[in-house]
Write a protein that binds this ligand. Structure first.
Ligand code: GLY
Ligand code: MN
Ligand code: MN
Length: 494
């Protein structure tokens, strides 16, 4: 399973193979400092998460791979990012060793957790200099088992020992199936189990689906470490927005100004965090009405509103998800302001109801009442706002087809496999973090709206922490009201 064979490069390989060379390159290296580090801040939180998972799966081995890098083309990969469940349960961040696997082995009522990873190879190994995928000469040094054990507060073992462990498991084993598909296939082949794991009963989901569900639900309420990481992500994202505004002259001057926006934001994400948490949307003019406009190859014209939906993912992989819609010339026109203020009213109304005990669904319903009322007032709906809000009508949704909120955390759309009754129909609890992101989008060819509205798209998206008795808008420091936004552009840009 732990394949260490380099991808074929024999037609261009120039590495010398003589024993004289091997002896020479494998010798005369100074000893590395292997002082074990102090335990990192997130280690006790990760231990609590493992304990919570353990309690749900007594007596069963749980396998959580980090996964491997995904191929971009030929022998080039996308940057490696471990599976979010692995990051959550280990607390390992951007320094995760590719291909690592967390195994939780039953031990009475609980589990023993062991982190298997490919430990540092000797300088006398061929891997050291001749393996472009994992060799130290190519991708940098790896830590020792002792270093990682101290750092993460977890027992560690060499990945080479994993096969023997997996040979010993029975069909009750649970695996995060989408983390490392080669490992999953190998495990299925060993056990002869059907794809998806074994269902407990005919009408029950396959057991691996239950694991995926539980791992998602474990992330619905954030612990203090996670909240702090999300704050850092939001702060870095604010800096990214500041950078973009400071660049508005260059944005307007370039034929693909949207790309300048993307590049400027993404530079901040790489500088201050790991990367962006999702592809930046830089959508100027009528592109703002294309909800996932990530091609970003349009011009930004004077007078445009530009919708920027962007978030920095920090080194622990927590991400912000923030949208601001900005008048690139510094001020809103009357109609742009009217649409903007309607969206802001929807966002503020939704935020105002957030506290423990409400249902998640109510946040969306509250925003939709404003969207329906505004679009009815403007004469865009064939019926009144009240009639439009009836479940079978929903005419106002023509102008906002997406939902208002999603959970946020290690994934931008976090907790994706949680049960409906704990998500959309779930009760809001302190420690949850989710977005509030209403919008209004009037397509450029929409004949139901007057011409001056066509091609205007506005979304305002904030990241909300539920507190003991209400909510905190984590991104309130990023200007939101029309006058704040205009002041921001006057101060920072142009
Ligand atoms: N950026 C994706 C979203 O807002 O959900
Ligand atoms: Mn979002
Ligand atoms: Mn977003």
């Amino acid at each position: 399973m732990a394949d260490t064979t380099p991808r074929a490069t024999s037609n261009r390989s120039t590495t010398p193979g003589s024993s004289t060379f091997k002896d020479f390159i494998g010798s005369q290296w100074a000893e590395r400092d292997r002082t074990v580090p102090a335990q990192r801040e997130q280690a006790p939180f990760a231990a609590d998460r493992r304990a919570a998972l353990s309690a749900k799966h007594t007596g069963r081995t749980v396998v959580v791979p980090a996964g491997t890098a995904k191929v971009r083309s030929n022998d080039c990969d996308y940057p490696f990012r471990p599976h979010s469940a692995f990051a959550h349960l280990t607390g390992w961040g951007t320094d995760t060793v590719v291909g690592s696997v967390l195994v939780m082995t039953p031990n009475g009522d609980g589990h023993d957790a062991t982190l298997y990873f490919r430990a540092t190879a000797g300088r006398d190994s061929e891997e050291f200099y001749a393996n472009p995928e994992i060799g130290e000469f190519w991708v940098g040094p790896r830590p020792s088992l002792d270093e990682v054990a101290a750092d993460l507060g977890l027992a560690t073992a060499d990945l080479g020992e994993l096969d023997a462990v997996l040979d010993g498991v029975d069909a009750s084993v649970l695996v995060v199936r989408d983390a490392d598909t080669d490992l999953t296939r190998a495990l299925d082949a060993r056990l002869g189990t059907p794809v998806g794991g074994v269902a407990e009963a005919d009408d029950a989901p396959a057991s691996d689906d239950v694991l995926a569900r539980d791992l998602s639900e474990l992330r619905l309420v954030k612990d203090p470490y996670e909240v702090n990481e999300l704050r850092k992500a939001v702060d870095a994202t604010k800096n990214g927005f500041d950078d973009v505004i400071a660049d508005f002259d260059a944005v307007l001057a370039h034929p693909r100004g949207e790309r300048i926006v993307e590049g400027t934001f993404n530079r901040r994400a790489r500088a201050d965090g790991n990367t962006v948490g999702y592809d930046t949307i830089a959508a100027s003019g009528h592109h703002a009405c294309i909800l996932h406009w990530t091609r970003n190859d349009g011009a930004v014209q004077p007078g445009d509103l530009i919708l920027i939906d962007a978030g920095v993912e920090v080194d622990s992989f927590y991400t912000a998800d923030i949208t601001r819609t900005l008048p690139v010339s510094g001020t809103f026109t009357d109609v742009q302001r009217m649409v903007y203020e309607a969206v802001l009213e929807a966002a503020d109304a939704a935020f105002a109801i957030v506290k423990p005990g409400i249902t998640f669904r109510q946040v969306h319903a509250t925003a939709m009442e404003v969207i329906a009322r505004k679009t009815a007032e403007w004469g865009f709906l064939p019926v009144s706002a009240d009639e439009s809000l009836q479940p079978d009508n929903q005419f106002h949704r023509r102008y906002m087809v997406h939902g208002t909120s999603h959970h946020l955390g290690l994934d931008v759309h976090d907790c994706a496999k949680a049960r409906r009754e704990l998500y959309i129909d779930g009760v809001v609890e302190a420690g949850m973090v989710f977005t509030i992101e209403p919008g209004l989008y009037f397509q450029q060819d929409d004949l139901t709206v007057p011409e001056e509205f066509r091609g205007i798209g506005v979304r305002i998206e904030d990241d909300i922490l539920v507190t003991a008795d209400g909510a905190e808008n984590l991104s309130v420091g990023i200007p939101r009201t029309p006058s704040e936004v205009e002041g921001w552009i006057a101060r920072t840009g142009r």
